[in-house]
Design a protein around this ligand. Structure first.
Ligand code: URA
Length: 434
């Protein structure tokens, strides 16, 4: 088989066979197929697409490119959650303890942030001492003992996706439905959970700009999950503005804790209730959505969801006291308000640009090697639909110096579009694909 023939076939819009797809993934993972040929094929896939059979085969080939986790020694239903990536997305920090408190086992592999998006693993490292590189033995033990463990993805799990994602990132081939579906589902299937819940982001801060694209992605993700024998649900949610208020690692942890303490309502809680209800009903722990929500809210009210977060932190060598006393989390030396000079209503907040403001403050990585400052970031005080008075603060900047704070405040003001007429709050949950 020749890679050039396969590239030309896809370039001409033809369907690849199972053998051809396996040949590509096997050859690229081993290093036999060079980056320049793989780049050409990825671009051909982005432009010409793949049918559902090709997408399934690509997913399976990627999943089998490395180790797969066998979670069967862990008793009970194992659930996993994945987001297609966004700004201020601290959902896993809230959702995983919430559902683990209801008896679902969470054995989750998460990633680090790159560019304008954050990653759960970085956020968790805000807890002093937290170890995201625990051994497989500790990972399994914690899931069994506490019902929850979240670790960094090991190098052995889905090596094809690691190489392909890095290549896609620099070749303009990320926003392709077949490539996103195979990337996400190969990792999720390799990680071995019974129930998979996917948060498909839609809007300017995500890969899927329109609701139709997000729905198509959600339908493809659930189709592949089901074909692979997993209970899979996708929830389509807004990522036109950042999720919640905090953007930046320790700041997001703090916001997550506020939700788990029952001190904060709003879209983040709503998202966690929606995703959590999908997990509880698919796991058979709740009969229906209403019962599931009741259980999840009771777990917040009686403190068991917060205690589950403390167990997660403690089980991975972190300081559990920081869950109850957030002054123990990293804190930036400078807080600075981004003041709006005129009155009006917030019409839009560019999520991607707010992510970049946080990244430039040091809260995100420009390259894979960048060392991040866990304490810095932005806390939005105004969201879409809110009224703003002249001289009011739109956001608080948390920075390592006044100079950086002032520069970030100027950039942040440019992320906002303020209009004279009142603006309706956007619909946050846009659909559920089961
Ligand atoms: N998240 C992933 O894991 N892969 C993609 O391709 C896009 C988002």
């Amino acid at each position: 088989m020749l890679m050039t023939d396969i590239i030309e076939k896809k370039r001409d819009g033809l369907k690849l066979t199972n053998d051809e797809i396996s040949f590509v993934i096997d050859g690229y993972t081993k290093g036999d197929i060079p980056d320049y040929q793989m780049s050409a094929l990825l671009m051909a896939i982005l432009l010409k697409g793949m049918d559902s059979e090709e997408i399934l085969q690509l997913t399976m080939a990627m999943m089998h490119s490395g180790e797969t986790l066998d979670l069967s020694p862990i008793n009970g239903i194992k659930a996993d959650k994945h987001s297609t990536g966004g700004v201020g997305d601290k959902t896993s920090l809230v959702l995983c303890p919430m559902v683990a408190a209801q008896g679902v086992k969470i054995a989750k592999m998460s990633g680090r942030g790159l560019g304008h998006t954050g990653g759960t693993i970085d956020k968790l490292e805000s807890f002093p001492g937290f170890n995201t590189g625990i051994s497989e033995e500790t990972f399994f033990k914690n899931v069994n003992d506490f019902g929850i463990a979240i670790a960094g993805q090991t190098a052995d799990l889905d090596p094809a996706d690691k190489k392909m994602y890095a290549l896609r990132d620099v070749t303009g081939t990320v926003p392709s439905i077949p490539l996103i579906v195979s990337s996400i589902m190969s990792k999720k299937l390799a990680a071995g959970a019974d129930v998979i819940v996917l948060d498909v982001k839609q809007g300017s801060g995500s890969f899927m700009k329109t609701e139709a694209q997000a729905r198509e992605l959600a339908e493809n993700l659930t189709r592949v999950g089901k074909m692979a024998g997993k209970k899979t649900v996708a929830v389509i949610t807004d990522m036109d503005e950042p999720l919640g208020n905090a953007i930046g690692n320790a700041l997001e942890v703090k916001e997550a804790i506020e939700v788990l303490k029952g001190e904060k309502q709003g879209e983040l809680l709503e998202l966690c209730l929606t995703l959590g209800a999908c997990i509880l009903t698919e796991s058979g722990i709740a009969e229906n959505d209403a019962e599931a929500r009741e259980k999840l809210l009771a777990g917040i009210a009686d403190g068991s969801a917060l205690e589950k977060l403390a167990q997660l932190v403690e089980g991975q060598e972190g300081d559990r006291r920081a869950v109850f006393d957030t002054s123990l989390l990293p804190m930036a030396p400078v807080q600075y308000e981004a003041i709006c000079d005129f009155r009006g209503y917030v019409n839009h907040i560019s999520a991607a640009d707010v992510g970049l403001v946080s990244m430039h403050l040091g809260g995100g990585r420009e390259t894979k090697e960048s060392v991040i400052d866990l304490s810095v970031g932005v806390v939005l005080k105004k969201k879409v639909g809110d009224a703003v008075a002249a001289g009011e603060s739109l956001a608080t900047i948390h920075a390592s110096s006044l100079e950086k704070a002032k520069e970030a405040a100027d950039k942040l003001l440019a992320c906002y579009t303020i209009v004279p007429e009142p603006v309706e709050k956007p619909r946050f949950i846009k659909g559920i694909v089961r």
